[in-house]
Design a protein around this ligand. Structure first.
Ligand SMILES: [Zn+2]
Length: 366
């Protein structure tokens, strides 16, 4: 127990190990002081090597213990206990299930809903009523998918289970990291103004799609419904905001940086009146927020197999034909200079050392 009457802790079963014992995650619920306030769901480490979000959660918990939030906040730290304990040498298998290559963040459930019909039925319903009605459909469909047990891979079972715990939330925050990276944010395009409150220097705006990531699965039904209402002449806001926060580099805890990242989250939550107005965050916020179209976010791959050295760091702006690295090709005893035929901003360095042709090298914004 937490020792705080408004904070409770619960174990959620997400699988069974080879001894038949339960594999569990810990779910923390911080009851808000105002039942009308927005509800929040936060999880960290679905990609198990991406651990920084847990440090951020500790800072947030300290804040909530000091000051009860207005809205209910559900937190699942280290939400992937299967991946968490799947180590190869010094590091995690990381983003993938080692048995079949499933990306742990690609199997969230996409509901099958006729949004036009739903909007027609609820054309006159107030927001509270239609939100509850849509949630009921979502619960029902996810329960049905979870009941179809022979079809559940480990990633599906884990994703659907987490998604169910996120369904009550009006705000969903999925805490990730990139490989070796700057901080950045994925935001649905409709939430652009709101996303600015996180104070991330770089924000990637995504369109309405549902390809299995939690942020998309979180906003897709609500954005689809808002559009369906629009087609029938009813102007509505999208009922849920859902983001992926990229909090730097994998396999790394930086407590000092976690303070700053938590302040960014609190600033956003204060904007939505989930916590009391918050004024301490200004130093943590980037003075300039740049929005990028997600299509300009590119993964670059290796032209050559060889031994890679980089002269650049995440956050660097690179110019066309600039020398950014070197590749040693021992088969021909040569060193090849690496440059790119375009300008760009380096978001993350994905790989270094001994690489095959086609390996994922960098993420850049063009
Ligand atoms: Zn991730």
């Amino acid at each position: 127990m937490s020792g705080y009457e408004y904070i409770s802790e619960q174990k959620i079963k997400v699988g069974e190990n080879a001894a038949g014992e339960a594999i569990e995650v810990t779910k923390l619920v911080i009851k808000g002081g105002d039942s009308a306030a927005k509800k929040v769901y936060i999880q960290a480490s679905m990609h198990a090597s991406e651990i920084q979000g847990n440090a951020v959660i500790l800072v947030l918990l300290k804040y909530f213990k000091n000051k009860q939030p207005l809205g209910d906040i559900t937190i699942i730290p280290q939400c992937n206990p299967i991946g968490r304990d799947m180590l190869i040498g010094a590091g995690h298998q990381g983003r993938f299930d080692s048995t079949n290559g499933d990306n742990w963040n690609r199997y969230y459930f996409k509901p099958d809903i006729n949004y036009h019909d739903f909007a027609k039925t609820h054309l006159k319903s107030d927001m509270k009523v239609y939100k509850q009605a849509l949630r009921e459909v979502l619960y029902q469909q996810i329960d049905q998918a979870l009941a179809n047990q022979y079809m559940l891979s480990r990633a599906k079972r884990l994703n659907y289970t987490m998604q169910k715990h996120a369904l009550e939330a009006d705000i969903i925050l999925d805490l990730h990291t990139d490989t070796h990276s700057i901080d950045y944010l994925y935001s649905p395009a409709y939430a652009k103004n709101s996303a600015e409150k996180f104070g991330f220097e770089h924000v990637f705006l995504i369109e309405n799609k549902c390809n299995g990531a939690l942020d998309e699965a979180g906003f897709y039904p609500w954005w689809s419904l808002q559009r369906a209402f629009g087609e029938l002449g009813r102007k509505e806001v999208v009922g849920v905001e859902s983001f992926t926060l990229e909090l730097g580099s994998e396999e790394l805890i930086n407590s000092q940086k976690a303070q700053m990242q938590a302040l960014r989250i609190l600033n956003y939550l204060a904007h939505h009146k989930v916590v009391q107005p918050y004024s301490d965050s200004s130093n943590a916020l980037s003075s300039r927020v740049t929005f990028h179209n997600e299509d300009n976010f590119k993964a670059l791959h290796a032209l050559y197999g060889g031994l890679y050295e980089w002269f650049i760091a995440p956050g660097d702006v690179i110019k066309k034909d600039q020398l950014v690295g070197r590749c040693l090709k021992m088969s021909s005893q040569t060193a090849i200079s690496i440059s790119f035929p375009f300008n760009g901003l380096v978001i993350s360095i994905n790989a270094k050392g001994a690489l095959q042709q086609g390996s994922h090298l960098l993420n850049v914004v063009l």
